[in-house]
Design a protein around this ligand. Structure first.
Ligand SMILES: [Fe+2]
Length: 333
């Protein structure tokens, strides 16, 4: 098995990878004439507890951005750590209203909200917050969508442009320490292997969209506080490479990043600035981009281009790049 590239092999301007060659064996999909691009908003590590100033500021900036650009997002992606702290009422806890439904309102996001679990969601505080998140989705009364531990979504439903594979990245080796306010837990090893088999099978299926994204809470690679995740690198990196996955979207570190590795088909995007207290970056000069700021991410997707834009808590663009279905990455800002 090829192990990951040296960390710092990114190029500064344009990347031409071999995703097209990797996907050359796939069936040709007959698509309708080009329609308007779709828009997806994403943020991670947003369900903070205590001082919610940052969560409100990021949410306000994202809402202003959506309004200003007259966007009607097709999806909102919640990248995990959806609830820090206690959620004593489970599906009836008032935090669902105060920190989700009203902060990210349906007037601006009249779309499904696809969520993955973070490590803080895997916390008994006082009972499993993850179970509550699955149950809240199952009620069918909210945009909140988390049908199972891992799932696949095509966006938009009609003539889809991007396949999103939503995963549970909570491996048994992290976190190692019990939390003083409740018990952390994670997937069992059997669950890890079950998901890995599903992911392997799913990525082997013919791609129905120009773009393919994998979305989970923990990054494989990061310049942030938590460091690279060796379990995910071992399990998932070979699959990302083989399938020519265009984007890997994560949170966990409380900052905003974009990492590229020479010869790797996948762009690693980290959007962990949704509201939790910021973490110190370990290697802020690596990238192409890393910033210790609050913020959110906009993905605009058309037939021939995905554009990823990081914005800060004031709605200012702090980084942007585009990528073609064949894997050519261009830094825009
Ligand atoms: Fe996390």
């Amino acid at each position: 098995m090829d192990l990951p590239l040296t960390r710092r092999g990114f190029l500064k301007t344009t990347f031409a990878f071999s995703a097209a060659a990797m996907l050359a064996g796939c069936e040709t999909i007959v698509r309708p004439l080009v329609e308007a691009p779709i828009n997806v908003m994403a943020l991670g590590d947003w369900g903070w507890v205590g001082d919610l100033t940052a969560q409100h500021q990021v949410a306000s900036a994202m809402q202003s951005y959506v309004r200003t650009h007259a966007l009607s997002p097709n999806a909102l992606l919640m990248l995990g750590d959806n609830f820090y702290g206690e959620l004593p009422g489970g599906v009836s806890d008032p935090r669902w209203q105060s920190q989700f439904e009203t902060i990210y309102p349906s007037e601006s996001y009249n779309c499904p909200v696809y969520a993955v679990p973070g490590n803080h969601d895997y916390q008994n505080d006082p009972q499993s917050k993850y179970e509550a998140e699955l149950a809240y989705s199952a009620l069918g009364t909210s945009r909140w969508t988390m049908p199972s531990r891992y799932y696949k979504v095509l966006l938009p439903a009609k003539a889809p442009l991007i396949t999103c594979i939503m995963l549970d990245s909570n491996m048994g080796d992290e976190p190692a320490q019990p939390h003083p306010r409740g018990n952390y837990y994670a997937q069992t090893d059997a669950e890890r292997r079950e998901q890995l088999a599903w992911l392997t099978q799913t990525l082997a299926e013919p791609l129905e969209t120009p773009f393919l994204a994998v979305i989970a809470h923990h990054p494989l690679y990061t310049n942030g506080a938590h460091g690279d995740n060796q379990t995910l690198i071992r399990d998932w990196d070979p699959l990302l490479r083989k399938a020519g996955v265009h984007l890997y979207l994560a949170g966990h570190d409380h900052d905003m990043q974009h990492l590229e590795f020479a010869g790797h088909p996948t762009s690693f995007v980290l959007s962990g600035g949704g509201g939790a207290a910021l973490n110190r970056l370990k290697s802020p000069s690596d990238g192409p981009f890393a910033a210790e700021v609050h913020g959110f991410t906009h993905l605009q997707i058309s037939e021939d281009l995905v554009t990823v834009t990081h914005l800060d808590e004031n709605g200012n663009t702090i980084h942007s790049f585009s990528k073609t279905p064949s894997g050519v990455v261009t830094l825009l800002s």
